[in-house]
Write a protein that binds this ligand. Structure first.
Ligand code: GRG
Length: 301
């Protein structure tokens, strides 16, 4: 990644964190009777406790490519990150992956308790749709509605939650390549695709550009999952802040398990090449997105 692109990403993450902090303020908003302390604390623990902020970074960079860079984009990015954080809280629960560590700290149900973790996830998911409806996201209510429906679909039955269901159903069974790709594009790809697509859409990009950025998001989503599976078998548990090798030990179906690490590295290079080709029409203006594509494919955490 060029120094400029890395600096830009770091600056975006800082602005994003500051916005998320205000959106998760402990004080009740107009029309809210109260915000129970323990619930707010658990939500803040889940959402403000580190993380690479990849999805917000992608949305912000995609919007900037088409000339928009304001607080409304940060609010939309916060909505998406709330959904991502809720999914991690619920994924870590005893009924799902039963993880003790996330981002190098105790998981929410370990730091609080199981019922609080379930509620914190629920409240983060719900807050996301409140945020997409915020007029700062876009002056056009129809466009906010479209962004909201897209988000529901990315997170719901045909997206992340559906992908998680397929993943649970597939434990200890042998899936083929097409089934693994489908599961992963739903479980993790859908939110990443949403990030790039929505950034372009909120910035008023043409439908052709929105479709190009949507495909870019799909490619990044595939690369993200392949890199994650590779890290699970080859990564350093301390750097990951979780138990590396857990998915492999649990017999989860991955393309790394099916086709091997060498094939996976070659596929990652191919995907980075495809991402760069998709960005080629935008020239140097897309350096930040190109940097993100490379970061996703070679990341070590
Ligand atoms: C519970 C409905 C529901 C869905 C859970 C996304 C997901 C579905 C589970 C997460 C399981 C997991 C660890 C999948 C691997 C890919 C992934 C989403 C990793 C975590 O995302 P990062 O690396 O996390 O962006 P940070 O901490 O950087 O935000």
């Amino acid at each position: 990644m060029t120094v400029d692109a890395a600096d830009q990403l770091a600056a975006d993450a800082g602005r994003f964190e500051a916005m998320l902090e205000t959106l998760l303020a402990p004080e009740p908003l107009e029309e809210e009777l109260a915000r129970p302390d323990r619930l707010v604390e658990a939500m803040r623990y889940a959402a403000l406790g580190g993380g690479k902020r990849l999805r917000p970074g992608l949305m912000i960079a995609a919007a900037r490519l088409f000339g928009r860079d304001d607080e409304g984009v940060l609010v939309a990015a916060a909505a998406l990150e709330c959904i991502h954080c809720y999914s991690l809280v619920h994924d870590d629960l005893p009924a799902m992956d039963d993880d003790d560590l996330r981002r190098g700290r105790p998981t929410v149900h370990r730091a609080f308790d199981e019922a609080t973790a379930i509620l914190a996830g629920d409240a983060l998911l719900t807050l996301a749709f409140d945020l997409v409806a915020d007029p700062r996201v876009h002056a056009d209510a129809g466009l906010r509605l479209a962004a909201s429906r897209d988000l529901a679909r990315a997170a719901g039955i045909g997206g992340m939650a559906g992908g998680q269901m397929l993943d649970l159903a597939a434990e200890h069974s042998s899936l083929g390549e097409a089934e693994i790709r489908l599961l992963q594009s739903m479980k993790t790809g859908a939110l990443i695709r949403y990030a790039a697509r929505t950034g372009a859409r909120l910035a008023g990009a043409s439908s052709q550009d929105i479709e190009r950025l949507t495909r870019f998001g799909e490619v990044i989503g595939l690369a993200f999952q392949l890199a994650d599976d590779l890290l699970d078998v080859e990564g350093d548990a301390a750097a990951l802040g979780k138990a590396a090798g857990k998915d492999a030990a649990a017999g989860k179906a991955t393309l790394v398990a099916l086709k091997g690490a060498e094939w996976t590295r070659a596929e990652l290079s191919r995907l980075v090449g495809e991402a760069e080709t998709l960005l080629a029409p935008y020239g140097a203006r897309a350096a930040e997105l190109a940097g993100l594509a490379r970061f996703v494919a070679v990341r070590d955490r």
